[in-house]
Write a protein that binds this ligand. Structure first.
Ligand code: HXC
Length: 257
């Protein structure tokens, strides 16, 4: 059994907890395969509308497993399709995801957090891309996602120096959208995830698809895609229910169709 990732379902929220306490939650194949399988299961489960990825209070993840990587040669990583093989499931996951980060999110840990739709941090969270210190690249997405998230100057600064950001700095730079006291992070994140999960799942999925276009297309193409998704909501029973409920001054009851 893979215990490197713990799986839990609370209401309509799926929670995946990275669990390698002896190695600072370093991201080896057990962890990345565990996350991939967990996401596959949550994607197929229609009752789940939102997913939280988290670690322990002390560490979200201290990066890719350096012990596992250190003897790799070029041919090993190339032939094995390293990273691409089991690090990218979050990229294709269609429901909303939240990274709940307490403690260290370093290297690949910060990259996994950035693959999530939102990052909520505890006030003890620390973010960095320290790969420069071990002479490799932040190569699970940070050279692309970090500048899109925090802008060029901060991204270059973080990658060239490997310095750590506090939770307050991460909030200031836009890497995270919320900071909570450490003891409240999971409770608050779960509450927010449940609130999101109560909305119409197809609408959430259309929003996610449309928002992600903002990073991949020119403005006019993105706006055209958004307009198609807007029109698509008019084919949903939930859109009628949402608007009728507002006019009738009652809570909406979505059936996700
Ligand atoms: C493997 C790791 C690890 C890692 C920590 N450990 N990080 N093992 N891979 N990324 C192990 C340590 O070797 C040690 O094992 C145990 O976890 C506890 O770590 P310590 O360093 O003793 O703890 P502490 O002094 O509290 O420091 C915590 C820390 C530090 C600040 C998080 O461990 C650290 O800086 N870790 C490495 C961060 C890093 O360089 N990450 C980037 C990896 S590259 P033993 O057996 O001695 O108890 C990367 C690239 C991804 O992520 C993209 C492409 C691959």
């Amino acid at each position: 059994m893979n215990t490197a990732v713990l799986k839990e379902i609370v209401g309509q929220v799926g929670i995946l907890t990275i669990n390698r306490p002896d190695a600072m939650n370093a991201l080896n194949d057990d962890v990345m395969n565990g996350l991939t399988l967990g996401l596959d299961e949550f994607e197929q489960n229609d009752a789940i509308h939102c997913v939280i990825i988290t670690g322990s209070e002390k560490v979200f993840a201290a990066g890719a497993d350096i012990a596992a990587m250190r003897n790799y040669e070029y041919i090993d990583v190339y032939r094995d399709n390293f990273i691409t093989r089991n690090w990218e499931r979050l990229k294709t996951f269609r429901k909303p995801t939240i990274a709940a980060v307490s403690g260290y999110a370093l290297g690949g840990g910060c990259e996994v957090a950035m693959m999530c739709d939102m990052v909520f941090a505890a006030d003890n969270a620390k973010f960095s891309q320290p790969e420069v210190r071990i002479a490799t690249l932040p190569g699970a997405g940070a050279t692309q996602r970090l500048p899109r998230s925090v802008g060029k100057a901060v991204a270059m600064d973080l990658c060239f120096t490997g310095r750590m950001l506090t939770a307050a700095e991460a909030l200031q730079f836009g890497l995270v959208s919320r900071v909570y006291p450490k003891a409240e992070l999971m409770h608050e994140t779960l509450e927010q995830a449940q609130a999101i999960a109560a909305y119409s799942l197809p609408v959430l999925m259309m929003m996610k698809e449309s928002l992600n276009r903002a990073f991949e297309t020119p403005l006019n193409e993105g706006l055209a895609f958004e307009r198609k998704m807007l029109y698509a909501t008019f084919a949903l029973e939930d859109r009628k229910e949402g608007m009728n409920a507002f006019i009738e001054k009652r809570p909406a009851n979505f059936n996700n169709r």
